[in-house]
Design a protein around this ligand. Structure first.
Ligand code: AMP
Ligand code: ZN
Length: 139
């Protein structure tokens, strides 16, 4: 992925506000934060999304997201933190290199929310069985 912007940022070829880096990941400040301290955990190897990422890389990224959440909580005194990870355009993904958002939140900040739906028992049963019976996801 020679032209991937996040690959270049992760590898340090483009300047970023980096708060942590090791051989596997870089953690940077999001340029359009929901609140100050909004970070992105970016693996240094390219994968477009959760479907493609290797489990060991995902595990490492999630462990770093946990560490980052603890550091952001301590640094900002925020009331809560969202861990967010978008996959595909319909889910809000705009950068197609896997990354995990670590978002500090404050009571009443209205940064974002999601709406829920109601489902019948039969609908729950149907979707539960469909998911249980699904094989490996193929795009
Ligand atoms: P997503 O919508 O989950 O794909 O998230 C992409 C995120 O990357 C957005 O929150 C953007 O604000 C952020 N972003 C895009 N370009 C940059 C950049 N150059 N530096 C820091 N964050 C960026
Ligand atoms: Zn990339």
């Amino acid at each position: 992925m020679g032209d991937c912007f996040f690959c270049k940022m992760a590898k340090g070829e483009i300047p970023t506000n980096t708060v942590y880096e090791d051989g596997d990941v870089r953690v940077i400040l999001d340029i359009n934060p929901v609140n100050p301290g909004h970070c992105l955990v970016i693996p240094k190897t390219h994968a477009a999304n959760i479907y493609e990422i290797k489990p060991d890389v995902l595990s490492k990224a999630m462990a770093v997201a946990q560490e980052t959440a603890l550091k952001v909580k301590k640094a900002t005194g925020c009331d809560g933190i969202n861990i967010l990870q978008n996959n595909e355009e319909a889910a809000g993904q705009t950068v197609f290199h896997f990354h995990i958002h670590v978002m500090p939140r404050y009571k009443g900040d209205k940064a974002f929310n999601y709406k829920t739906i109601t489902m019948t028992d039969d609908e729950f049963k149907e979707i539960k069985n469909k998911i249980k019976m699904s094989g490996v996801y193929e795009i």
